[in-house]
Design a protein around this ligand. Structure first.
Ligand SMILES: C[S@@+](CC[C@H](N)C(=O)[O-])C[C@H]1O[C@@H](n2cnc3c(N)ncnc32)[C@H](O)[C@@H]1O
Length: 308
């Protein structure tokens, strides 16, 4: 089974390093035929290739017909990627044109479109003159627009990627370090978690939420007897300093409690250096380390670990 992996354009080198069998399809996009042999850190999206085709509407619809049946309710979502010379201007139509025209052809052939509540989403990734088509069940790519900042998205993505089940893991109380302006805190509050938000800076004025308790201090000046279920740390300090602060707070985290920490790197080349530094500092007290460059991470990685 082949997959396409999509990351930031500047992550191509790191992605290809992780996947020895990878072929570069475009900047930030590689094709691999095995995902099981590696813990992927740098890709942001992974699509199984169910079928491939040329990029004209008819070829795309004929390919889609091979993977859906007339009883399903489908929607098509298309993305065009490529080199500077391959884009919507060079091919003469855009991703929306593909979604609408392929959808119409399929509807005329008896297939049923449902944009609001589809049972199947068809993702068409058009990459340098070829379409890679993936069938995903349900309504894929539904985003909430109500957010504070980019950091909020990082937290949503971390919970999603690391499969953190708030109810199943009984996550009720969080310590959010480096919390201002409040994206992380807000996303956790929305999940019903009570958050102690530590930052000398101000939280966004929208954040008047009973779930959020802003403690306007540096973390070094904070002490408590509270035991938290999760500690998040997005402070803009060096990773070793950040890890040392987590280590100091370990008595305030319950056993099997979760840490999500941003590893802020100087540049993209230093990812593995800082990853190792944080790991070495925390490995005696924590386990289950995972690192991921999430779509809303810049020159940084997000780390998950669990208290032993
Ligand atoms: C990238 S911002 C955090 C964004 C935040 N996570 C959000 O979701 O909106 C980094 C924050 O770390 C805070 N910070 C830096 N050093 C700190 C320290 N020693 N104690 C507490 N907060 C600190 C800064 O004041 C800044 O607001």
């Amino acid at each position: 089974m082949d997959y396409i992996l999509i990351g930031g354009k500047s992550l191509t080198k790191q992605m290809i390093k992780e996947h020895s069998d990878g072929n570069i399809l475009a900047d930030g996009i590689i094709r691999v035929n095995n995902l099981s042999d590696t813990k992927d850190i740098f890709s942001h999206e992974v699509y199984k290739i169910d079928v491939e085709s040329n990029i004209d509407y008819l070829s795309i619809t004929n390919a889609i017909k091979k993977i859906i049946d007339s009883s399903c309710l489908f929607k098509i979502k298309c993305f065009i990627h490529g080199s500077n010379s391959f884009n919507k201007n060079s091919i003469g139509y855009n991703s929306r044109d593909i979604e609408v025209n392929a959808g119409k052809i399929l509807e005329n052939a008896g297939f049923k479109v449902n944009l609001e509540n589809p049972s199947v989403t068809i993702i068409v990734n058009v990459i340098n003159n070829k379409s890679y088509i993936t069938k995903i069940s349900g309504n894929y790519l539904v985003h909430e627009k109500n957010y504070i900042n980019r950091a909020g998205f990082k937290l949503i993505e971390a919970f999603d990627y690391f499969k953190i089940d708030v109810e199943g893991l009984h996550i009720k109380k969080a310590l959010d370090i480096g919390a201002a302006p409040g994206g992380f805190s807000y996303e956790m509050a929305k999940k019903g978690i009570f958050v102690d938000a530590i930052d000398p800076g101000l939280l966004d004025s929208k954040l008047i939420d009973v779930h959020i308790n802003h403690i306007k201090k540096r973390i070094e000046d904070f002490s408590t007897n509270t035991i938290y279920d999760i500690i998040t740390n997005d402070m803009n300090v060096f990773p070793l300093e950040s890890a040392k602060i987590i280590l100091k707070l370990k008595e305030n985290l319950r056993t099997r409690g979760i840490v999500i920490m941003t590893i802020k790197c100087i540049n993209k080349k230093s990812y593995s250096y800082y990853m190792k530094q944080a790991l070495m500092e925390l490995k005696d007290s924590f386990e289950g380390f995972e690192f991921k460059h999430l779509p809303h991470n810049r020159a940084e990685l997000t780390m998950l670990c669990i208290k032993k």
